[in-house]
Design a protein around this ligand. Structure first.
Ligand code: S3P
Length: 429
């Protein structure tokens, strides 16, 4: 896919449904009693992997476009899969599903693509084993393929060294099958979609943010979850590319409709505000998850510092934020973000490589990056390394860089945003 500088962007976009929420709706719907309907489901490859895994365990799931109906079989209704569960590129599927499988009375094996099978699973193997689960990395390298055998689970209080919603959710989901309360404490609050949605399905779950910023969620085993109708808000991680495009491309005005603005996900909006962005919230609405339409206009951005508790609320948006920082005046420092190294790619390395190729002044650090903004960017050939967020962030960079920017393996956007390029094109017409 090739990009050139563009004079302006305008129009209205509706981003697809939130990836994290779409996964959870299928998972919890499968474990609930009755039919869960999901509207505005994200039909990206990651969420399709989740659907396939649950179908392989005997759950009937009707899926047509953005509408899904899950015929839940209750907490103990999954059946032993006949084949390996293929989790594709999806870390969320792997880690949350591992928590669920730890509580089942059958054995299973989870495996994914090359990137997925290189990502660290010790972070879930450790707490799940502590609970009594029988879970092992088949290659002994702490990565998938993972084999999970029946075990008897006990409640624990897990002090997680990382703020990770995937780790937290894996432990809480296993906690549904425990014999007493299970509690997870993390250094700073990560996205809380699991807590919100499990509560609506009837789970006995509570959460609290402590005065030092750490956060705990507790769950009690329960006998049943109950089917829900879930309307998935637009994914702020997908909206991020149009927020950046609207801010960076001259003479632009973009309205992004129905974006999920859950505070545990909306860190990019705080960062944009700190950088001097012109973003107006319209039509704010709160159901289970808060949403708003975002009106974004071209802005002169300046550098900022991004660190601490803000990091988990924007971790997936850092590639896009780094591009904005390269175009902004002044220095942007991103720290406390070592988690970037274990995403679909090592995003400290892939962001640095791409921005350096385009002429930006960026220094990678152990836990983030330092970007001295304001250098004029030029087109380059960008290797996405099959990381959807790298492909999308550098597509936007290509709209403000002189010359031609080409993105390799751009089809990887299918993981979270199959129609990304069409939507972007519609704004330039
Ligand atoms: C996700 C949590 C985050 C995020 C990922 C989706 C989730 O990962 O990066 O894209 O749906 O729970 P971590 O929990 O590993 O930080």
């Amino acid at each position: 896919m090739k990009f050139h500088p563009i004079s302006h962007l305008s129009g209205t976009v509706t981003v697809p449904g939130d990836k994290s929420i779409s996964h959870r709706a299928v998972m919890f719907g499968s474990l609930a009693q009755g039919n869960t309907t999901i509207t505005n489901f994200l039909p990206g490859a990651d969420c399709r992997s989740t659907i396939q895994c649950f179908r392989s365990m005997g759950i009937e799931i009707e899926h047509s476009g953005t509408n899904v109906t899950v015929h839940g079989q209750g907490l103990h209704g999954l059946r032993k899969p006949e084949t390996i569960l293929d989790v594709g590129n999806s870390g969320t599927t792997t880690r949350l599903l591992s928590g669920i499988l730890a509580g089942q009375q059958f054995s299973s094996v989870l495996s994914g693509d090359h990137s997925l099978n290189s990502r660290p699973m010790g972070r879930i193997i450790r707490p799940l084993s502590e609970m009594g689960a029988s879970i092992k990395s088949l290659k002994g390298n702490g990565c998938a393929p993972l084999q999970i055998d029946p075990g008897t689970l006990h409640g624990i209080h897990y002090l997680s060294p990382v703020s990770s919603a995937q780790v937290k959710s894996a432990v809480l989901l296993a906690g549904l099958y425990g014999d007493s309360e299970t509690k997870v404490t993390e250094p700073a609050l990560s996205r809380d979609h699991t807590e919100r949605m499990l509560k609506s399905f009837g789970a006995d779950i509570t959460s609290i943010v402590h005065s030092d910023g750490s956060a705990s969620a507790s769950i009690f085993p329960c006998s049943e979850l109950y089917a829900q109708d879930i309307c998935v808000p637009g994914d702020i991680s997908s909206a991020a590319y149009f927020i950046a495009a609207g801010l960076l491309v001259p003479d632009s005005e973009i309205l992004i409709r129905n974006v999920g603005i859950n505070p545990t996900r909306a860190g990019i909006l705080d960062v944009c505000r700190n950088m001097g962005a012109d973003i107006t919230f319209v039509n704010k609405h709160t159901d289970q998850e808060p949403t708003a339409d975002l009106l974004v206009r071209t802005s002169k951005l300046h550098g900022t510092t991004i660190e601490g508790a803000l990091i988990p609320s924007l971790i997936d948006e850092i590639p896009m934020i780094a591009v904005m920082a390269a175009a902004a005046e002044g220095i942007t420092i991103i720290k406390d973000a070592q988690e970037l190294k274990v995403k679909e790619t090592d995003r400290i390395a892939t962001v640095t490589e791409g921005l350096q190729a385009m002429g930006a002044d960026i220094t990678p650090t152990e836990d983030g990056m330092i970007i001295r903004g304001g250098q004029s960017l030029h087109g380059a050939q960008i290797n996405s390394y099959l990381d959807h967020r790298i492909a999308m962030a550098f597509s936007i960079a290509g709209l403000i860089a002189e010359g031609t920017t080409s993105i390799d393996s751009s089809h990887c956007v299918d993981v979270s945003y199959p129609t990304f390029f069409e939507t972007l094109r519609s704004l330039s017409q």
